[in-house]
Design a protein around this ligand. Structure first.
Ligand code: B4P
Length: 195
């Protein structure tokens, strides 16, 4: 089983690249952002709770997100591997993911981090907000709050994967195709050396 984490700040292209990667590698795509937005559009109690955090640019509580990932892993028992997009985002989530995967006798093979300047990120998110209707993409104060949460709570978990030599950065600026090719090269290289 080859499990991958696509990492990076809000708007760095995790969702965009994930769609292309699952088409090529046939991973099961687990995007906590998409799962939460689905709960919101179905107006479930979980969705209503999540919305109140997301609208303010805050993270949804760990137990909610970890529960969602736990159910998804159970549901896709026969998966050839998982692509985690937007998860883990806190140390508690990273620890929970390690535990859940080890129960399945598997582990993370690689974390790929997309690097994009903040100026470019703001441009992309405001641009997406014009068409997506996503309330967290239309307000610049909320966007900056998301960056601050990323710097304080999410970015530090990269150290865990760096220590395990499972971490690689990729330049996230350029055309979607160029970035995709660079990610594929990193995955293919790791797959060759991964039992
Ligand atoms: P997410 O849904 O994970 O989304 P994101 O970080 O905003 O964006 P992503 O990096 O996927 O960007 P995309 O490809 O779409 O999170 C949303 C919220 O959900 C969080 O703030 C949080 O509240 C909550 N949440 C999610 N997971 C959580 C967790 N684990 N724990 C707690 N809370 C959680 O790209 C953005 C835009 O850029 C698009 O318009 C795209 O077209 C464009 N773009 C992409 N690549 C480009 C390129 N190369 N050049 C130009 N534009 C590009």
């Amino acid at each position: 089983m080859f499990n991958l984490i696509l990492f990076g700040p809000p708007g760095s292209g995790k969702g965009t690249q994930s769609e292309k990667l699952v088409e090529k590698y046939r991973h099961i795509h687990l995007s906590t952002g998409n799962l939460l937005r689905e709960e919101i559009s179905n107006r479930t109690p979980l969705g209503l709770e999540a919305k109140s955090f997301m609208d303010k640019g805050q993270l949804v509580p760990d137990e909610v997100v970890i529960g969602m990932i736990d159910s998804s892993l159970e549901y896709h028992k026969e998966a050839p591997g998982f692509l985690f997009d937007g998860f883990p985002r806190t140390t508690a989530q990273a620890e929970a993911l390690d535990k859940l995967l080890s129960l399945k006798k598997t582990e993370i093979a690689l974390m790929i981090a997309l690097e994009v300047s903040e100026e470019e990120l703001v441009k992309r998110l405001l641009n997406r907000g014009k068409t997506s209707g996503r309330s967290d993409d239309t307000n610049e104060t909320v966007i900056h709050q998301r960056f601050s949460v990323y710097r304080n709570e999410t970015a530090p978990i990269a150290d865990h994967y760096k220590k395990l030599k499972k971490f690689q950065t990729i330049k996230g600026e350029g055309s979607v195709e160029e970035i995709f090719d660079a990610i594929c090269q990193a995955i293919d290289k790791r797959m060759k050396n991964f039992a």
